[in-house]
Design a protein around this ligand. Structure first.
Ligand code: UTP
Length: 474
């Protein structure tokens, strides 16, 4: 018996090879190659800890408290400390110490878009894609600080080729080939509720991306960390592929991270309402952690801090971090007690029945395992949380309609552009929510944040006026 097949039988996972004898030689090779990717000991551990019903306990609330954070100057933060942070971040950018890092390996099922999510068009007038928006922000920041910025993009097995082809077709939106790096994240097998590894077809396993937390392992395994070390990069600006508002390169955030000697820093925004579906920055036993909205009891989510009159668990996580390169390496290497935990998600997983016929389940029939990047926080020394403005950093495209959809995101982009313009006397009419009466689009190559916009606007003569069709800048 092939040693891989023997190992699966020994681990009680022999069902994976139930149809092996019926497969073509290529099919057999494919299945063996996928099986070789599976860490059977890890699956066994997950079966004991996450799959068995008795292990599915709620989260431990003992000693839980809201995490402290650095307030923005306009909310009472230390003005000089923010100035020092910005200067330190700008110095690091000028020295080429910072890379941008996007996790783009998700499946984007809620949006229901066919193709890598980064290729989804999002801007209000020109329909630029998410990838183009980030590329232009990164390119413009590189120009501003006199040092082109490297961009690392994590893909999945599923979308890797399509992502690379998209960048190739668009000539990387003006970024140098030597500065854009793609690598695939790892995969995990799905298991049944009895802990049996599932097949997707007779000759392939039901494998799916191992979560954005898989980025830490993947950065190391792909050689990205070594490349960074060779290039003198020691700091990564981490963001998700679905949020075009994000300040991909934010000197103040980078500077706060560096000056405080933090290994992993995070941005928070005040939650808009108690039940808003974002994670919460908390502390527990001296560690910073993120507690997901589904794990924090509603009564705690609704608690009011009598001192401020605001939610006690106010600090919402928006998945924007700065990571130190060597911290990522340490997390990837693992070792005694150093590992991101896996989370369980019950899902509808296409599979085959005992006769090998395809099954499209109508209700969850199995479990996927994912790691989350914020679970690295308790391992980081001096983790820091800083406040961000929602209007300047967060409007993700998650759903096809309703909240966090292409429409809400387009409107939020236009509110931001209107704010920038009106801060310089453009006099655009806006409604009570700040939404301009006519459509607007500012190219990141013109201005990608308040400072760069202000500089470009000052140079512009004559100042353009919005017509009935709106206004495009850059
Ligand atoms: P989401 O949690 O929104 O998941 O990912 P998703 O898979 O993209 O979308 P749904 O839930 O299927 O609708 C947040 C970010 O993490 C990345 C995504 O690409 C997105 O940038 N991600 C998620 C990965 O890179 N890998 C993963 O395995 C999961």
């Amino acid at each position: 018996m092939h040693p891989i097949i023997a190992a699966f039988h020994q681990a009680g996972q022999g069902q994976v090879f139930a149809f092996f004898d019926q497969l073509s030689p290529e099919g057999q090779q494919r299945l063996l190659a996928e099986a070789a990717e599976v860490d059977l000991a890890e699956v066994d551990r997950l079966n004991r800890t996450l799959v068995s019903k008795s292990a599915a306990a709620g989260i431990d609330l003992e000693g839980l408290a809201p995490a402290p954070y650095e307030r923005l100057p306009q909310h009472g933060g230390d003005v000089d400390a923010w100035k020092r942070a910005k200067k330190a971040g700008e110095d690091a950018l000028r020295a080429g110490r910072v890379a941008a890092f996007t996790v783009a390996g998700g499946q984007g099922t809620r949006l229901g878009y066919d193709g890598p999510k980064g290729t989804f068009p999002v801007t209000p007038l020109n329909g630029k894609t998410l990838f183009q928006v980030f590329a232009e922000k990164i390119r413009a920041a590189g120009t501003r600080y006199g040092k082109p910025i490297h961009w690392f993009i994590m893909t999945s097995h599923q979308n890797h080729a399509a992502t690379e082809a998209f960048f190739h077709e668009h000539e990387r939106f003006g970024l140098a080939e030597s500065h854009v790096h793609f690598f695939r994240q790892g995969r995990m097998p799905a298991v049944t509720f009895e802990g049996k590894i599932m097949l997707e077809t007779k000759e392939s396993l039901a494998l799916s991306p191992d979560g954005h937390g898989g980025s830490l392992r993947a950065l190391d395994r792909s050689g990205a960390l070594d490349l960074m070390a060779r290039e003198g990069i020691d700091t990564l600006s981490y963001f998700q592929v679905d949020n075009p508002l994000v300040r991909c390169i934010d000197p103040s955030f980078i500077g706060w991270h560096l000056l405080s000697g933090s290994e992993m820093s995070s941005k928070m925004i005040p939650k808009a309402y108690a039940a808003e579906k974002v994670g919460h920055f908390c502390t527990q036993r001296g560690k910073t952690i993120v507690v997901e909205y589904s794990d924090l009891p509603p009564a705690l989510q609704a608690e009011i801090d009598p001192a401020t009159g605001k939610l006690r668990y106010l600090a919402g996580s928006i998945a924007i971090h700065v990571l130190s390169r060597e911290f990522v390496r340490r997390m990837a290497a693992g070792g005694e007690g150093v590992a991101l935990p896996f989370h369980r998600a019950d899902k509808k997983i296409p599979t085959v029945d005992a006769a090998g016929q395809a099954v499209k389940p109508e209700k969850p029939n199995g479990i996927k395992f994912e790691m989350f990047v914020f679970d690295a926080l308790p391992f980081a020394s001096r983790p820091l949380v800083i406040e961000a403005l929602r209007a300047d950093d967060f409007s993700p495209v998650k759903n096809a309609d309703g909240v966090d959809s292409p429409k809400t995101c387009r409107d939020d982009q236009m509110r931001q552009f209107a704010r920038w313009l009106n801060a310089h006397g453009a006099g655009l009419a806006v409604d009570a929510t700040g939404l301009p009466a006519v459509p607007l689009e500012v190219s990141p190559l013109f201005g990608y944040d308040e400072d760069s916009f202000a500089d470009a606007w000052k140079r512009l003569s004559p100042k353009p006026k919005a017509g009935p069709d709106g206004l495009r800048l850059g």
